[in-house]
Design a protein around this ligand. Structure first.
Ligand code: KG4
Ligand code: ZN
Length: 344
């Protein structure tokens, strides 16, 4: 096949960020070759801070208000109009249903009006591929990827960009969810992850929290027991320093995630370990996993901070990868929001 160029407009509204991005990439080349031409993220963090978490209806209303301005800004930053776009990509799951439907139905309306076909895109595939935004052609396979977000904790292996498999996941709370819940126990604002990691820098605990499921051979995680341990500890030690608790909690999460990830790299003969998702913005986790990868002579890749939390660049990249995998964009009547669309 002769290399061909495609331009994608990607839209993301799966939780509390309204985002759009434009990607231009080549099809028919040996390696992925693409460039992000523009990207806009409108975060609702300020709105949800007031209530200590995301209230779905509030998030949905904000998406409705923001989606048109975000898309028009994305087009104008790239000095483009809709005529320059070949395909529309949209996050169709997983996520909050009332948030997802705004992006999905808007994209379908855009498709109806313009005749452009749609690439429904998985949000977790977006996080997965965000780690390869910089130099996709340089990646050494096989890859083991740790994806840690507010809703998911997953270990995946990639034989190449076309073949990936989930090899471990959480049995209950996701890592980001644990950060958010423990932050609430400590009286910290939403979202809890960044608050805990800031506080943890000052902590010097003389106690430890359990490392969930480390003594089990599988590659699965469980964080709800750890949250309960923190709650019990706070009940028994009401005068404990918050910074110490934050540090001991962060250490337990990081230690568990890194240990299981390194185990996965051994089992799957990994050459590159990648880290992605909102919790990948955690400095401690980035540092410890980078050090461990180096100690095991494995390359390490992690997205820049702005690509860790939700954005549409990652959705554009995942949609482009879907095209490389042979996916044929579909008519709008084939597209539906699917809040529980799990990666296989
Ligand atoms: O990927 P993301 O933006 O949304 C989902 O797809 O869920 O992830 C959001 C999660 C939240 O739970 C937030 O607390 C966590 O990522 N997070 C962090 C940090 N920054 C964001 N967790 C730990 N340390 C951070 N620095
Ligand atoms: Zn996400």
């Amino acid at each position: 096949m002769k290399p061909k160029q495609v331009t994608l407009l990607a839209i993301e509204t799966s939780c509390d960020e309204t985002a759009a991005a434009i990607l231009r990439g080549k099809l028919g080349t040996k390696n992925p070759e693409f460039k992000i031409l523009s990207s806009v993220v409108n975060s609702q963090i300020k709105i949800h801070k007031k209530t200590g978490g995301v209230i779905p209806e509030v998030a949905a209303r904000a998406h409705v208000k923001n989606i048109v301005p975000v898309i028009t800004e994305t087009l104008s930053k790239a000095k483009m109009n809709l005529d320059d776009i070949d395909y529309l990509a949209v996050t169709s799951g997983p996520g909050l249903i009332v948030s997802l439907v705004i992006g999905v139905e808007f994209t379908k309306a855009l498709s109806l009006a313009t005749g452009k076909l749609i690439i429904p895109t998985n949000h977790m595939a977006g996080h997965l591929y965000s780690a390869f935004a910089e130099k996709p052609a340089k990646t050494k396979f096989p890859v083991t990827s740790l994806i840690v977000s507010g809703g998911h904790t997953m270990l995946m292996t990639l034989k190449d960009y076309k073949h990936s498999k989930v090899v471990g996941s959480t049995l209950d709370d996701a890592a980001g969810e644990a950060f958010d819940k423990v932050a609430r126990l400590l009286g910290l604002p939403y979202p809890g992850g960044p608050e805990i990691s800031k506080l943890a820098e000052k902590g010097k605990p003389d106690f430890v929290f359990p490392r969930p499921m480390l003594n089990q051979k599988n590659l699965d995680f469980s964080f709800s027991g750890l949250k309960t341990s923190v709650r019990n500890f706070l009940n028994d030690n009401p005068k404990a320093k918050k910074a110490d608790v934050a540090r001991a909690f962060e250490d337990a999460v990081v230690n568990t995630l890194v240990t299981k990830t390194i185990r996965a790299t051994k089992k799957h003969k990994t050459k590159t370990v990648s880290l992605a998702g909102g919790v990948a913005a955690n400095k401690k986790l980035r540092q410890v996993l980078a050090d461990e990868a180096e100690a095991h002579k494995i390359a390490f890749t992690v997205p820049s901070f702005d690509l860790c939390t939700d954005n549409a660049q990652m959705i554009a990249i995942a949609a482009y990868m879907r095209l490389l995998q042979g996916f044929k964009p579909v008519h709008y009547d084939k597209v539906q929001a699917d809040p529980s669309w799990e990666l296989e």
